[in-house]
Design a protein around this ligand. Structure first.
Ligand SMILES: Nc1ncnc2c1ncn2[C@@H]1O[C@H](COP(=O)(O)OP(=O)(O)OP(=O)(O)O)[C@@H](O)[C@H]1O
Length: 461
């Protein structure tokens, strides 16, 4: 990505439009006057809306919900007698009590200015062309990410299923980070860290620190000085290792293995995981003190199931990646239908692989038709039940991509086959409760990620 330069511009005048959500006219006029004096431009087309309401008005929540359907809304209550949570639930993005003082008008102007700056970033080609998606679920997640990247320096924890774009989002956050000069993004996949070498991986080592340490090595925290450290798959870090990282994450200080010298590193920390760390914390698999250090700001990326509206746009994007010089071919109706209704257990990564398989088969300049879809990606014939096979295939593909060996997978499939066979013999076809069966049915683990970054810390310029 090329660096953004928008931070050098003067902040634009905040704009908004005021709607009277049941408040008396003279009060709305007073609010208008206050905001105009605070430098807010009142424009009917402004994306930010301010709904001024009387807390006693029983229709206030409904009015907010209606206004929020067409943009972000700041709920401005004329008195403090309001359940702020209720207003947020009704669709308001922010809630302010108007006490009539100029201070409140300036506070609102500042908030509108921030909204505007975030919207501008969200809409700039740099962001739009890097992370594709227009669905409300995606835009809401991206808005939070852009705001955290640009206006805070807090540690960010990105959660979401495998393939939802966590690593790509980390790249964007690094890129939007306004620090200057800013150094590189360093990526460390925690699932590949060998426990015996973890000290060296994270903190580096001195020459001769241990057998085989023939040269000095900088660790991930040192490499990330002045830049960003992205700890991917942070949920895989053993608890003992989490304890070792507490100090460096909190203070930025560490010692290389084999050295007594404290070093300092100023880095922004971004972590990602597809695990439910809150549940892990409860069962003791993840340290709470570590969690609170890495989760200064949490961002959750929606799965592709939650944003089917984005499938066609993502498909076009992947076509352009393959053939940047020509317009992506249109999709015939059955192919569009197939793309929309297919399962994507690997989310965007899955869609991308499918798109590439289809694009590479497509010849000529006409639309993409059913003949361009490889055989194993086609829908089952009526009456043919390929669901199980297909799910198994996708599962195996994902596990192989995540680094599982064929032997491991074979053992797993054999164990599952024995279990089903035994369950059938004992008359419990679903594997539940047959005599001699384990109490908990065996379940496939959630597919792990395909490692794109490989082992070790990988600096990105
Ligand atoms: N919104 C998006 N726009 C364009 N490409 C995307 C988007 N989201 C994901 N991708 C692409 O999908 C693939 C998977 O994304 P990424 O590696 O960021 O996912 P992830 O959530 O980090 O996965 P994992 O949990 O398995 O590490 C990459 O090729 C990435 O470029």
């Amino acid at each position: 990505m090329t660096a953004l330069t928008t931070e050098t511009r003067r902040p634009p005048a905040p704009t908004a439009w005021i709607e009277a959500g049941g408040a008396p006219d003279d009060a709305v006029q007073a609010v208008r006057g206050g905001l105009t004096s605070a430098g807010v431009r009142l424009e009917p087309n402004a994306r930010g809306r301010i709904v001024v309401f009387d807390p006693d008005d029983p229709g206030a929540a409904a009015r907010l919900t209606a206004a929020a359907a067409s943009g972000r809304v700041l709920a401005l209550a004329l008195r403090d007698a309001t359940d702020g949570w209720e207003l947020l639930r009704a669709g308001a993005s922010d809630v302010v009590i108007w006490d009539g003082t100029p201070d409140v008008a300036h506070l609102i102007a500042d908030r509108l200015r921030r909204w505007h700056a975030v919207d501008e970033l969200l809409d700039c080609p740099h962001v739009r062309d890097f992370l594709i998606g227009e669905s409300p679920a995606w835009r809401a997640a991206l808005r939070d990410a852009v705001e955290a990247a640009r206006f805070t320096n807090s540690a960010v924890l990105i959660t979401g299923e495998s393939g939802t774009g966590k690593e790509r989002l980390a790249e964007l956050i690094h890129d939007l980070d306004p620090r200057r000069p800013k150094r590189k993004l360093v990526i460390l996949d925690c699932s590949t860290v060998v426990p015996t070498l973890s000290g060296s991986e994270f903190f580096g080592h001195e020459r001769g620190a241990f057998t085989g340490a023939s040269t000095v090595r900088e660790g991930a925290f040192e490499l990330a000085d002045g830049g960003t450290l992205f700890l991917d798959e942070v949920g895989e870090l053993p608890v003992t290792l989490q304890a070792e990282l507490l100090r460096v994450i909190q203070e930025g200080t560490f010692k290389r293995v084999g050295s007594n010298v404290w070093r300092k590193s100023r880095f922004r920390l971004i972590c990602a995981t597809n695990r439910d760390l809150a549940a892990e914390r409860e069962r003791g698999g993840f340290r709470s003190d570590f969690y609170f250090r890495i989760a200064g700001c949490t961002l959750h990326l929606p799965s592709l199931r939650e944003r089917p509206e984005d499938i066609a746009g993502l498909f076009r994007y992947f076509c352009r990646q393959v053939a940047p010089d020509r317009e992506p071919p249109p999709l015939s109706e059955p192919v569009r239908d197939l793309l929309l209704h297919r399962d994507y257990p690997g989310n965007v990564r899955d869609l991308r692989s499918l798109a590439l398989r289809i694009i590479h088969r497509h010849l000529g300049s006409g639309p993409i038709t059913v003949g361009d879809v490889p055989e194993h990606d086609r829908p089952a014939r009526p009456g043919e039940d390929r669901g199980g096979d297909r799910r198994l295939e996708l599962y195996l593909r994902d596990r192989l991509a995540a680094g599982s060996s064929v032997d491991e997978l074979t053992a797993e499939v054999r164990a599952e086959a024995f279990r089903l066979c035994s369950a059938d013999r004992h008359g419990a076809p679903n594997g539940a409760g047959g005599p001699g069966e384990p109490e908990e049915p065996h379940r496939h683990r959630v597919p792990e990620k395909a490692s794109l970054t490989g082992a070790g810390a990988a600096p990105r310029g």
